[in-house]
Design a protein around this ligand. Structure first.
Ligand SMILES: C[S@@+](CC[C@H](N)C(=O)[O-])C[C@H]1O[C@@H](n2cnc3c(N)ncnc32)[C@H](O)[C@@H]1O
Length: 315
């Protein structure tokens, strides 16, 4: 484990490992930051993805933007480099510093849960579903005893292979989550940490149910961590005819009460529900963001970045 940037951190979990944050208060991104990134573009990888596949560029850009700030919550040099290497008009996504901060908080929380699981299970399998161009495997740098699988659509994985290097114990799988035959490539003999960031809202309830049943059947035990939207937000986007930042992507699934997941898969037991203001790095946000987040959390359709952690046991 890369101990140089991880520290033992006592927060909502006991003895969890999270990125070591500098002590100074966060100073937000200057408005020219996006231009600085664009100045360094080396137009080498042509990106032609649409709908939910294109949404990975929103989170990628947000992490890059945030990583380049003076005191980043999450240092993601892989995102910074990937943004420089792809030929894509990131400005059209209109990702501002506020969204970038929230993406960093969410990613940090999911890194923390994953790292914590791996500390307990150093020979675990990690399944990172809808990985996009996320650098989680490099940020966490698990020991080679961990089997780590990053999964996304074949087009996304093809681009990912261009941008990111192989490492011991690490594999990429190109498949839709709707076609569960990809699970045949993943040995089911170890406890599993399953992570899906910014993904579940793009699935339908039918796909979600089939996925949860297959995963909890495949592994002897494990944990599942993901962020989720409310059904109100899913309905609002559907009714309005809008799409996610103009990508054409729409939402298909959300839950309000985390216990409702039992309707889809009764083996899932809730460990933790964290709203945006409970996320590990939330204290690093400027006060104006605290006000905004608290106000948004009072309106179900605006409740975003809610992260859920479940455990499961096969029988
Ligand atoms: C908002 S992006 C998040 C990407 C990445 N997790 C991150 O945080 O940067 C959503 C990702 O989910 C993937 N995705 C959505 N639906 C999928 C499906 N049915 N099968 C495989 N991947 C899917 C998309 O291709 C995209 O990479």
């Amino acid at each position: 484990m890369s101990s140089h940037w991880y520290a033992v951190y006592a927060n909502t979990e006991s003895r969890c490992l999270v990125p070591r944050f500098p002590r100074e208060p966060y100073r937000h991104e200057p408005p020219t930051a996006r231009l600085i990134l664009k100045d360094h573009l080396m137009l080498s990888e042509k990106v032609q993805l649409t709908k939910e596949k294109e949404t990975m560029l929103i989170t990628l850009y947000g992490r890059a933007l945030q990583s380049r700030s003076k005191h980043p919550i999450l240092r993601d040099t892989w995102a910074e480099e990937a943004v420089q290497r792809v030929d894509y008009d990131f400005a059209k996504l209109k990702v501002g510093w506020r969204a970038a901060l929230l993406f960093a908080c969410r990613a940090t929380q999911l890194d923390l849960w994953t790292t914590s699981f791996l500390a307990e299970h150093p020979d675990a399998t990690v399944l990172h579903l809808g990985c996009g161009l996320d650098s989680r495997v490099y940020r966490i740098a698990p020991p080679p005893t961990v089997r780590w699988f990053d999964l996304d659509y074949p087009e996304v994985i093809a681009l990912r292979r261009h941008l990111y290097s192989e490492r011991a114990g690490y594999s990429m799988i190109g498949s839709s989550l709707a076609d569960l035959s990809w699970l045949d490539e993943v040995p089911g003999d170890r406890p599993a940490m399953i992570v899906a960031e910014g993904v579940t809202m793009y699935l339908t309830e039918e796909i979600m149910q089939a996925l949860l049943q297959a995963l909890t059947n495949h592994f002897p035990s494990g944990q599942l961590a993901f962020d989720v939207h409310t059904p109100q937000l899913v309905r609002w986007l559907t009714k309005s005819g809008a799409t996610v930042r103009g990508t054409g992507a729409t939402f298909g699934w959300g839950i309000d009460n985390p216990a409702d997941i039992k309707r889809l898969e009764p083996r899932l037991e809730l460990i933790s529900e964290l709203k945006a203001h409970n996320l590990a790095a939330y204290a690093r946000l400027p006060w104006s963001m605290h006000l905004l987040v608290r106000a948004m959390e009072t309106i179900p359709a605006l409740r975003v970045m809610r992260c859920l952690l479940y455990r499961f046991q096969r029988s």
